[in-house]
Ligand binder design. Structure first.
Ligand SMILES: [Fe+2]
Ligand SMILES: [Fe+2]
Length: 252
């Protein structure tokens, strides 16, 4: 596990503050943390889907991607459907075809489709744990974190894509670091689940970074440092509410 985490700790400019961990491991905060985690898994799947729909696949493949995620979105945003039925929707049936004009093709598609599949599986696993703990789903407002990062994305291509991929790498890396830090502080069953997530989230971070490097065609170090600074500020500064990616909640 240490060999998995070391590159992530090097990549992130700050560790999660102790104040956040104290709040996040309080039993009374378990509910909000799990629900927010659940929605983060869907958002991870959605943003990967948006990336390949926007940049890589043909129209029919894009429609198949939308249909794949729809039951998960219906459940989360419209409270439609039974959560157990989502188990049937974890696979993508159609083979993805690259758009004719897309310079970003197979590598981006393959990595993102695998990532979506894994995030949807994580989504289902969080629902299983919520059911075990008798936590019903409800709407929870999202944190400033992803918005805060993405607001600094440049607005011309291919810089937009490169920046979004770097943001993806930070989000995955922070998730990974927090799962590892929280694992020993929460109930055993949940801690084991967090540890089981480390491996795929560490790969997601690496995939985003590798894709950003290969698509940029030049060194991305400056952008990585730039977003690292923004990310560190979002983690270090106090935040209104406790969320999985929040800063230290002001009430703490
Ligand atoms: Fe995930
Ligand atoms: Fe992930």
């Amino acid at each position: 596990m240490q060999s998995l985490l070391q590159p992530i700790r090097n990549f992130l400019q700050v560790e999660t503050p102790a104040g956040w961990l104290t709040e996040a491991s309080k039993p009374e905060n378990l509910e909000v943390l799990l629900i927010d985690h659940l929605v983060c898994e869907l958002k991870a799947a959605q943003s990967a889907m948006l990336l390949i729909r926007r940049y890589a696949v043909d129209e029919a493949s894009g429609q198949a991607l939308l249909a794949w995620l729809k039951p998960f979105e219906d459940f989360t945003y419209r409270q439609v459907g039974e959560w157990r039925d989502l188990a049937r929707h974890q696979k993508l049936s159609k083979h993805m075809l690259p758009r004719n004009d897309a310079p970003y093709s197979h590598d981006l598609i393959d990595k993102m489709v695998l990532l979506i599949k894994e995030e949807l599986h994580h989504f289902y696993q969080v629902l299983e744990i919520m059911a075990e703990l008798n936590i019903p789903y409800r709407n929870v407002s999202s944190s400033r974190y992803a918005r805060g990062l993405l607001s600094h994305v440049r607005t011309h291509e291919p810089a937009t894509l490169v920046d979004k991929l770097i943001c993806g790498a930070y989000i995955e890396a922070r998730s990974c670091e927090r799962f590892a830090a929280l694992a020993p502080l929460v109930p055993t069953r949940l801690g084991q689940f967090y540890e089981s997530l480390l491996r795929s989230e560490a790969r997601h971070y690496q995939d985003y970074l590798t894709l950003a490097e290969s698509l940029a065609g030049e060194s991305i170090q400056q952008r990585v440092d730039y977003f690292g600074q923004i990310e560190a500020d979002l983690i270090r500064t106090s935040d209104d509410e406790l969320r999985f990616h929040s800063g230290v909640p002001a009430a703490a």
